[in-house]
Design a protein around this ligand. Structure first.
Ligand SMILES: [Zn+2]
Length: 468
């Protein structure tokens, strides 16, 4: 007889490696057994019937910006509202970008982010550390953070005012991280190109959001990716490109991967679903879609979907960095924006990723296994959480989503739980939505609504980056 607290019966279990009909048994916070359907009749715990449903690992979102200061404003979701929304959409783990700003130690940066999250998160969370300068040897920084359970680092190749680091810093962090099994995440946009085009646009009074996109062209992203790949090769380290947005950059990634280098890339739903046409309307509406890299022309999305299906893009994350319409209007100064450089950049998405990517499964262009892999398993592996997260196996955390493939849901702001007053996908009706979401054995969302009090989520001390 299997002891335990809950069983999910009669579902179709989808893992990155295959599909099977199975019953998933949970004992406390862990998965205790996975059995052929109906094989255990004496179970005395709670029973969830998942007939006609998919049973998948809780999704892992490795790119969020919760409660982050941006100029005079801050991202609209904190760890309470953001993780509650994530849970409603089937995400049970987030990795947020803690940041050590210039003049601050990495330890201070980490303390600040722990204070933001502690006791507030509805689901489990971990941190990357964004470095904006190096005031100590890279080896020491990497060692210190690894001991604190932070085994990945983010470096920016743009945003010179606050975030960008030199290629020297990138090279030394790549080397130190690689030697210690840690992963470096890079924001790839060539800042020299961006700075030049920005100046050119502003000097001829081209101030509207469309010029934001014009000043950050696909070529600037592709050039930066190529530079990152060269530095990673020299350091003999793996490297992970965040929010890849263009066909040009994807082509670079593909070349590097085909040459045998351990080089990974994520994309985000906004680059798969939305295009630069969003910058053409009223300036205040276009501002909602300002993010960096910017939205591209539609042909880029097609290539990205293809890259996702073929596995050149390993991960879909969200880059969830929401602002309300009012905050977008108020701009970075808090007093309204005069040109595109004053618009806070970022889109909401922490709640909608799993269902949006599932639409390609509905259309037969992505296998169910690849959907689970890109949204759940591969991110857990790359960021040192596997097999605790991202897998349905005995001993894994009982992070489980019962996904109803028949449910239809319009992605309207009023149906979602992110702390924003617009939805980038308000014209989209998805087919398929999480019916039940468990994080470490506890129900955190049911029928797309949050369940339970915030504070269930725990900090995840992560191990070394794993292989795919
Ligand atoms: Zn980001």
């Amino acid at each position: 007889m299997i002891s335990g607290s809950l069983v999910i019966r009669n579902g179709t279990v989808v893992r990155s490696t295959g599909i099977e009909a199975a019953d998933v048994f949970i004992d406390g916070e862990r998965i205790s057994s996975v059995e052929p359907p109906g094989s255990e009749t004496d179970f005395r715990g709670e029973v969830v019937d998942a007939s006609g449903k998919l049973v998948i690992p809780g999704a892992v979102d490795v790119h969020t910006h919760l409660d982050m200061e941006v100029g005079a404003t801050r991202s609209a979701d904190d760890f309470a509202s953001g993780t509650r929304a994530a849970a409603c959409g089937g995400t049970t783990t987030v990795l947020d970008f803690a940041t050590a700003y210039r003049g601050e130690s990495v330890a201070q940066g980490l303390v600040t982010w722990h204070a933001k999250a502690e006791g507030r998160a509805a689901i489990d969370y971990g941190f990357h550390m964004s470095l904006t300068e190096l005031t100590a040897p890279a080896e020491d920084v990497v060692d210190e953070m690894s001991e604190a359970g932070v085994t990945s680092f983010k470096l920016y190749m743009t945003y010179p005012e606050r975030l960008m680091v030199s290629d020297d810093v990138i090279a030394s962090v790549l080397k130190a991280a690689g030697d210690r099994g840690c992963l470096v995440c890079l924001h790839c946009e060539d800042d020299a190109t961006v700075a030049r085009l920005r100046r050119e646009a502003l000097s001829s009074d081209r101030t509207e959001p469309r010029w934001h996109a014009w000043s950050r062209p696909p070529r600037a992203e592709a050039d930066a990716v190529a530079r990152a790949a060269r530095m990673a090769a020299e350091a003999q380290s793996a490297c992970y490109v965040v929010h890849l947005s263009s066909a040009d950059a994807l082509a670079e990634v593909r070349n590097v991967q085909e040459a045998g280098q351990p080089f990974f890339a994520e994309t985000c739903p906004q680059y798969l679903y939305l295009s630069a046409e969003r910058y053409e309307g009223l300036a205040s509406e276009a501002a909602r879609f300002v993010c960096a890299p910017p939205l591209r022309d539609p042909q880029h999305s097609e290539e990205l979907w293809e890259g996702l299906a073929r596995g050149h893009l390993q991960v879909v994350a969200t880059d969830h960095c929401p602002f309300t319409q009012t905050d977008k209007d108020r701009g970075l100064s808090g007093e309204g924006w005069a040109d595109f450089t004053g618009i806070p950049g970022g889109l909401p998405g922490i709640e909608t990723r799993l269902a949006l990517i599932y639409q390609q499964v509905v259309e037969g262009r992505l296998s169910p296994e690849a959907w689970v892999d890109r949204c759940c398993t591969a991110p857990a592996k790359l960021f040192g959480l596997y097999p605790r997260k991202g897998e349905l196996a005995v001993g894994s955390d009982a992070d489980v989503v019962v996904f109803d493939p028949a449910q239809e849901r319009p992605l309207l702001a009023e149906r979602l739980h992110m702390n924003v007053d617009y939805s980038p996908y308000e014209d989209v009706v998805v087919r398929g939505w999480p019916e039940l979401v468990l994080c470490r054995g506890r129900i955190v969302a049911r029928a797309g609504e949050p369940v339970g009090e915030p504070g269930w989520g725990r900090f995840l001390s992560r191990g070394p980056s794993g292989n795919l």
